[in-house]
Each structure stands twice: as structure tokens, then as C-alpha cells.
Design a binder for this molecule. Structure first.
Ligand SMILES: Nc1nc(=O)n([C@H]2C[C@H](O)[C@@H](COP(=O)(O)O)O2)cc1CO
Ligand SMILES: [Zn+2]
Length: 191
């Protein structure tokens, strides 16, 4: 149909076909995608920090979802501790980050031009995956560890490669999703 035709059609007016109105209080796309990332985070078995990631195509299709987890079959065989005499006895060398898992779980061959919604600012290792895969934008909920070298290195990598990083701001005025629930009640929202 031509643009003229589309303007003349019923969709161009506020009146609706039929008598039942469609719901209007649905989530806007960004809120929907971050809500998916938050929901994914809730699947994490990490007792301290649960992270979710959602890769979205330029056509607003979800093409990958992940959360931080131990590699398959490793959940019980590896430590969940944050601290130990040796780093080898902490969770850090073993855990697979949300962003990596979202990439591993992708349903398309190519994620170039996609964006990624993440509940935590990515680390340097995930930044490399994001850059190499052609994801061009990072939308994060919280920058919880801005002073960690991993975060600072990630920011350098993103700045150098022109990858746009922005803090998520909910679009919906009424907040139907408790985005920060994944960080617990006392988490600072300003980061
Ligand atoms: N962007 C991220 N994606 C992630 O999946 N993680 C994971 C790794 C750990 O399982 C957890 C951080 O643990 P903690 O240091 O807050 O107890 O979050 C961490 C970050 C932050 O760089
Ligand atoms: Zn990471």
C-alpha cells in the first residue's frame, strides 16, 4: 500500500475497528529488553551477584539471553566463594559471565549491528566479545564496580572502538518491572 493509501486507511485515525480496544499500557521496547535481562539474572546461582544479558537485533528481535553461571556440570564442583587464600579457590576463574552466555546462546549466526542490554557494566573479557562480535551498543542497568581494573579496561576498549555505552533509564512512567530487584533493596541506583 502506498503512503497515501496508508494515511487514508482506518489505522490513520484514532478510531478502531471493532468495539474492543487494544491494551495500551504495554512496556516500551527498552524496558521490555532490560526486563528480560533482569529476569535472566534471576536464574543465576551466584549467591552474591546475579547478572543478566539480552542481545537484541536492529529489528528489535531478541537473539540471545544469558546469565552468569558455572560452566555446564560445574555448579557443584567449583567454589562460589568471593575470597580464599588462593584465587583458584574462588568463583572468579570459573564463572561464565552473562554476556558470554548470551553470545553462546545466540539464535543467529551474526550479531553485527545488535545491541546488548546488561544488568551490570561489562568486564574487559566480555567487552572483547562484544567488540569482536560487532555488537555496537551497550545499555547497562548498574555500574557497580567502576573502580575495578576489569571495568576500567572495558571502558577503554569501548571508547577506543566507538561502542556506545549508556545507562538504562526506564521509559515507562509507571514502573511495572522492579528493575533493581536483582540487586537487592539497598542498591544505589545512581551508578
Ligand atoms: N558484567 C558482568 N557480568 C557478569 O556475569 N558478572 C558476574 C561474575 C560473577 O558471577 C558476578 C560478580 O560477582 P561479585 O564480585 O559481585 O561477587 O557477576 C560480572 C560482571 C561485572 O563485570
Ligand atoms: Zn564479563
Amino acid at each position: 500500500m502506498s503512503r497515501e493509501g496508508a494515511r487514508a486507511g482506518p489505522a490513520a485515525h484514532s478510531s478502531h475497528v471493532g468495539t474492543t480496544l487494544p491494551r495500551s499500557d504495554v512496556l516500551e521496547w527498552p524496558d521490555y529488553f532490560m526486563a528480560v535481562a533482569v529476569l535472566a539474572a534471576k536464574q543465576s546461582r551466584d549467591p552474591h551477584t546475579q547478572v543478566g544479558a539480552c542481545i537484541v537485533s536492529s529489528e528489535n528481535r531478541i537473539v540471545g539471553i544469558g546469565y552468569n553461571k558455572m560452566p555446564n556440570d560445574c555448579t557443584k564442583a567449583f567454589p562460589w566463594d568471593k575470597e580464599a587464600a588462593s584465587r583458584l579457590d574462588t568463583k572468579y576463574p570459573y564463572i561464565s559471565h552473562a554476556e558470554l552466555n548470551a553470545f553462546v546462546n545466540k539464535t543467529v549466526v551474526d550479531v553485527r549491528g545488535c545491541r546488548i542490554y546488561v544488568t551490570l557494566f561489562p568486564c574487559n573479557e566480555c567487552a572483547k566479545i562484544i567488540i569482536q562480535s560487532g555488537i555496537h551498543e551497550v545499555i547497562y542497568l548498574l555500574d557497580k564496580y567502576p573502580d575495578k581494573d576489569e571495568t576500567r579496561a572495558a571502558k577503554r576498549l569501548f571508547e577506543n572502538t566507538g561502542i556506545h555505552c549508556r545507562k538504562f533509564k526506564p521509559k515507562n512512567e509507571k514502573d511495572p518491572v522492579d528493575f533493581y530487584s536483582v540487586f537487592g533493596a539497598n542498591q544505589e541506583q545512581s551508578n
